[in-house]
Design a protein around this ligand. Sequence first.
Ligand SMILES: [Cu+2]
Length: 395
Amino acid sequence: MSTSGGVAGLLTQEAAPGGSVTYTLTIPSTAAGTHAYYSGTQGDLQVEMGLYGAIIVIPSAIPGACTSGNHATNLTAQGHWNEANYRLAAAAYNHPEACYDREYLFQFSEMDPRIHRQAEEQSTRSCTGCMTVATEPYVPAYFMINGRSMPDLMDPNYAPEYPHQPYNGNPHMHPGELVLLRVIGTGRWQHPFHEHGNHVRVLARDGNLILSATDPNSLAGPLLFTTTTTPGLTLDGIYYWSGKGLNWDPYGHNAASGSTLPCNPDANGYNTGAPTAINYFEWCQDHNKPLQTHPFGDVAGGGPATLPDPNILANGAWFGGSPYLGPDATVRAVGNTGTTPPSGTVANAPDSEAGFAFMWHSHNEREITTNNIFPGGMLMMMLVDSREFVIDESN
Ligand SMILES: [Cu+2]
């Protein structure tokens, strides 16, 4: 890295108050991955004030495995449903086990309001270097991912009320997709990020692929229950969810009423030969296995569970009225009532989106509050949507 302008500081050239300094980076082709950057000037205060960000480097070469097989079929499915592809590349690293289909960034930070109040009170001083804000003891009350807390996290990107936090935390995926998580710890505290629904396979830390000591061609990153963020450190990991092992058909398919949705297992047991089907990537062993004893709508009966009638149940904002994936399955399960609660909510309306919601949150439970009020802080929902729901990552 080279610098121009500024004045010499402890760690690097610094911008004088009101001035500027330019850093020029030449990224080597071996530096693919997720990297953190943050202020090197009075870092205890300036990182707290938000002077940090992410640098994503995409690999200079993409392995063939990432553009063939299920990854190519997935693109066919995206094209069929007119879904845009927002990933930066087909692989996080030039390694055949680093392929992915979808990606999200999660940058963790905290704020201590006393520090911000003191800095604000001193910000009108015109003298140079006179801001003296005690950054200890550190008592954060705001816990944020990408600069937002729950529920703001799940509002759209570039929502007008968050002009300085344009990127949300609102992950979505389809069953079977490999989702790349780019996780960065930026504040001062560690945060145990718990991704419900499945473990996360760690690919790399600070852009360094974790390789086996005995076989450098294989990845050796752990499969983690919580991907703990560490201040200044980045982590890349792969998450997926397929519905395998549920022991019931989450698509609510009813062969008895004439539906002919097929499920043809590939070598791994998934329905991947039909990229345009709504049950693309269904785990075929559970195909046609009913869940409900007495279904309310048009799904198959005879299953082990008796579920409440969604027409007399207050569902709340996060239950689409049925335990099935996808708007089509919901209509089959509850009937086309048009008024099934919670119709009209933007969160998860049963006649449009109906996904499985998995809480992704800090496992330090105080950090899922904002100023000690629950729910808040580092909390969001990963929504697994069936294939026909078009995931729009532009918002
Ligand atoms: Cu949890």
